[in-house]
Design a protein around this ligand. Sequence first.
Ligand SMILES: [Zn+2]
Length: 160
Amino acid sequence: MGHHSYDFEIDHEFFECFEASELHEGKVHVHLDFEKQERLLVLDFGFDGEVEVVCDRCAYEYLQPISGKQTVYVKFGEEAEEEGPDDVVFIPADASEVDVSQIIYDYINILLPLHRVHPDDAEGNPGCNSEMLHLLDELKPPAEIDPRWNALKGLLDNDN
Ligand SMILES: [Zn+2]
């Protein structure tokens, strides 16, 4: 039984540990309140920071602010047959430590918005790459999923 608090910073070194990671750069402060009960660990996470993602509108990277709290329950033993709630993680009964990095990685991804665009600047203008916006405007694709838009994206990537 016991209660502990931890604070740590997530950066690119953390994301490099995940081979297929879509995320590479960022700076996220993680606060963890850790409570050990008889057959259960209660992990209270707080996330606050920003990670680099690719903008859906202009295809350039930007820093997406993220913040949130999440409680995760770690139970010892075999995972039940039926699908349990998402916030319960099972570890072997004889485990002496919990790897929280996968949990942290998963929740950082969950905190990211589905639609990712540059935040507006102080004047309320889009924070996107202005050359790219201008170009997109000239070409006026009917929708972002139009194949011509993807071709354009490839073209500009090559020019970098
Ligand atoms: Zn953008």
